[in-house]
Design a protein around this ligand. Structure first.
Ligand code: PLP
Length: 391
């Protein structure tokens, strides 16, 4: 609520100002040059020289960064124009700093991340493995281990501490998009970097595309160096909206989670649904729920008995849910991972054709269940009632 706003009273204002300057007047060549130098090497602008140029540093973005860092128990945070820009910077910074080019990725991952690593576009070589195989798969040239928990789209839970131990000193990046800092703080379990697609819960209203990484000061400096050189910075208007969004993040997450718990429990009883993927309903062999992960969250995936054909029907039959990719906003969304968000993933690792992913919002949960029930009913109940009719 208050992080990133500490100086506002002194400025005589109540809400953070938005600084849209792309460039800043220079007091003189020397101080401007020194400030430029400080920022290009990953530091802060100095008081005399100022911010120089907005690709290097922006005060509105810095407010959001300091608030997010506080939420993640981190020394610093660095914000980008998207989650994928943040992931790109993390890979570039770590490979540059370590001089290594192997990335170990624990599947499942968001389709865009999986694809970025598989493409080799950043000069890296990737190995995909299960969380239990990290120790056996880490190599002398491994620069980074990447994981998601809960993972997109199957909500698999990964034991962060166990992966950190298995990585034997190689930095571990945890994508915390699904959990949010309200439900999980990966740095507390030994992760080196925590990444968010801020597009999702942090923004929370479907009107910002952004990414952010929280970490220690040294890594933040390396990430800022990459951002200064490659761009990919967050626009101050987006940063303002994200900073505002953080103020309601705890109540949004808890209210969406309460809705999701009701919807998930109801879905387990639905005759069209073969399986519900939701923390606490799916297995939790490592006992991570209640320890590493403080809540079940508001993302649900379901396997439909009717497979792809029924999934296609459901996405077109819903009326309160919006059939759209993305997640974490105040309104509920439904989408088919295999065809959309996870489309670029190699076939052997792609989600199944009968899987739908639901992002539960703030609507009345009764209304959400009524909508899902009518969408699932048309075809979904066919096998069950047909069996009963024949009998
Ligand atoms: C959406 C998403 C991303 C990518 O973020 P963008 O803001 O779309 O670039 C990364 N990780 C997860 C888990 C996501 O859901």
């Amino acid at each position: 609520m208050h992080a990133g706003r500490e100086d506002l009273a002194g400025l005589g204002v109540h809400v953070p100002p938005i600084d849209l300057s792309s460039t800043n007047p220079l007091p003189d060549i020397e101080s401007g040059g020194l400030s430029y130098e400080a920022m290009a090497s990953g530091g802060m602008p100095n008081a005399e020289g100022g911010a120089v140029y907005a690709r290097l540093w922006n005060p509105t973005v810095a407010r959001f960064e300091s608030a997010l860092a506080r939420l993640e128990n981190a020394e610093a945070a660095v914000a980008y124009s998207s989650g994928m820009a943040a992931m790109t910077a993390a890979v570039l910074a770590t490979t540059k700093e370590t001089g290594r080019r192997h990335v170990l990725a624990v599947r499942p991952l968001y389709g865009g991340t999986d694809h970025l690593l598989a493409s080799g576009l950043l000069g890296t070589e990737v190995t995909y493995c299960a969380a239990s195989d990290v120790a056996a798969s880490v190599r002398p040239d491994t620069a980074l281990v990447v994981l998601e928990t809960p993972a997109n789209p199957t909500l698999d839970l990964v034991d962060i501490r166990a992966v950190v131990e298995a990585a034997r000193g190689v930095p571990v990046l945890v994508d915390n998009t699904f959990a949010t800092p309200i439900l999980q703080n990966p740095l507390d379990f030994g992760a080196s970097m925590v990444l968010h697609s801020a597009t999702k819960y942090l923004g929370g209203h479907g009107d910002v595309v952004a990414g952010v990484i929280a970490c220690d000061q040294e890594r933040a400096a390396a990430l800022r160096r990459v951002r200064a050189v490659t761009g990919g910075l967050l626009h101050p208007l987006g940063a303002y909206l994200l900073h505002r969004g953080l103020a309601t993040l705890p109540i949004r997450v808890r209210a969406q989670q309460a809705n999701a718990q009701r919807v998930a429990a109801w879905l387990t009883t639905h005759p069209s649904v073969a399986r519900v993927h939701y923390p606490g309903i799916a297995g939790d062999p490592h006992g991570l729920l209640g320890t590493q992960l403080r809540g079940t969250g508001a993302m649900i995936s379901i396997d439909l008995l009717g497979g792809y054909e029924q999934a296609k029907h459901v996405t077109s039959a819903v009326s309160l849910f919006t059939h759209a990719v993305s997640l974490g906003g105040v309104d509920s969304l439904i989408q088919h991972p295999a065809a959309l968000t996870h489309r670029p993933v190699a076939p052997e690792a792609r989600p199944t054709a009968g899987l739908l992913r639901l992002s539960i919002g703030l609507e009345d949960p009764e209304d959400l269940m009524t909508d899902l029930d009518q969408a699932l009913a048309t075809r979904g109940r066919v096998p069950v009632t047909a069996g009963a009719t024949h009998a």
